[in-house]
Design a protein around this ligand. Structure first.
Ligand code: PLP
Length: 387
């Protein structure tokens, strides 16, 4: 009998992958499934980015690279941050990793432990809670409320701080709710958090480009007073439709760079070289196709909001960012899990139960609108027929 460590029993998962696999099995059995479950753009990586990756392979970039990423890529990220957020970032403070997730893993490993408390959003990306539990830290959820359009509330976070708080995780635009936190709320948060210099903040800004309507994205990088506390996570997966390439980055406090770099060397060594060259082209090359993709997401956002609210027992707030809608389905009388199963098995529509993102997700389900307008309309018509 093999004896794995107890920690393994505390590691959670991301249900989107499980629902995807069930949806794929049903498709293979010949069922007509519309997948509004998975969180990845339904667009291909723009061809000029693919070509940059192919060129790097043809040019012989087949070996290891520096663990923190090739200098040219980190310079391109610094330039992009200057352009988008009007901030100066030293390329040495940027660490390129295989996707958004490794930054979460490394920061939670770095600050987690049996005496630590980590504050995180609920509902929120499921990996936060999973990793916090894995490290044996106390997971301290902050409820993200529908009545606030799923923006987080600075006071809700601040009142959870104790002498054991080591890390606070925030995410805007947010998965699974599409909520966007305003600059005003971030101002309030920063004003207080700066008084707690021993607490690190992980700001997950992976959806920073996907923000619609009047709102614009405020990055926590725009607050120089917390730069020594801040880990700002962003990446290519969502913005450039590059989920499968596995590339992301974070800006870290300078003092933590040697620690992150060692974590990289101990785990994945480096991101593959071709992907890093593709990453440079993504940042520096034409953004025409990306703009088109974002406009399409915006149109679908308006469409899905209207369609979901046409279901009499659904109430859906207008999502401000990412590509998710998070309707309240309490009036259907179904639990989030029952709705997930019913919609998949009886209507052939894959969506994710809100509880996959935390306890506060009960009574809600997540619809991803990374699918065509026709499929969105068809999926909601199918659900309408169920009631
Ligand atoms: N952060 C959030 C909020 C996400 O929703 C996701 C992916 O769904 C990630 C990070 C991870 O992105 P990646 O695929 O680059 O690891």
């Amino acid at each position: 009998m093999l004896r794995i460590t107890n920690k393994m029993n505390r590691l959670g998962t991301e249900s989107a992958f499980e629902v995807l696999s069930r949806a794929q099995t049903l498709s293979q059995e010949g069922k007509d499934i519309i997948n509004l479950g998975i969180g990845q753009p339904d667009f291909k990586t723009p061809p000029h980015i693919v070509e940059a990756g192919r060129k790097a392979l043809r040019d012989g970039y087949h070996g290891y690279t520096p663990a923190n990423g090739i200098p040219e890529l980190r310079e391109a990220v610094a330039f992009d941050l200057k352009k988008r957020h009007k901030v100066d970032v030293d390329a040495e403070d940027i660490v390129v990793v295989p996707g958004g997730k490794p930054t979460m893993f490394f920061s939670i490993l770095m600050f987690g432990g049996s005496n630590a408390e980590i504050i995180y959003p609920d509902p929120g990306f499921p990996i936060y809670g999973s990793l916090i539990n894995f490290t044996g830290s106390k997971a301290v959820p902050i409820t993200i409320k529908e009545k606030n359009d799923f923006s987080f509330n600075a006071e809700d976070i601040l009142e959870k701080i104790t002498p054991r708080t080591r890390l606070i995780i925030i995410n805007s635009p947010a998965n699974p709710t599409g909520g966007v936190t305003s600059k005003l709320e971030l101002d309030k948060f920063v004003k207080e958090i700066v008084k707690h210099p021993t607490i690190a903040v992980l700001s997950d800004e992976i959806y920073s480009h996907m923000i619609y309507g009047k709102e614009t994205h405020t990055s926590l990088l725009q607050y120089p007073e917390i730069r020594d506390q801040l880990i700002m996570l962003d990446g290519w997966s969502k913005t450039y439709a590059m989920t499968g390439w596995r590339i992301g980055y974070a800006v870290w406090p300078k003092k933590l760079i040697p620690h992150v770099t060692r974590l990289c060397i101990n785990s994945h060594s480096c991101v593959n070289a071709a992907t890093q060259y593709a990453g440079i082209e993504a940042l520096k090359g034409s953004h025409t196709l990306i703009q088109k993709m974002l406009q399409e997401f915006d149109s679908r956002r308006i469409l899905i909001h209207k369609e979901l609210n046409s279901l009499s027992s659904f109430k859906c707030r207008m999502p401000g960012g990412a590509f998710y809608a998070f309707p309240n389905i309490k009036d259907t009388g179904l639990s989030a899990e029952e709705a997930q199963d019913l919609f998949l098995n009886e209507a052939g529509v894959a969506i994710i139960a809100g509880t996959s993102f935390g306890k506060a997700g009960q009574g809600y389900v997540r619809f991803s609108y990374a699918n065509s307008r026709e499929n969105i309309i068809e999926a909601i018509n199918r659900i309408k027929k169920l009631f």
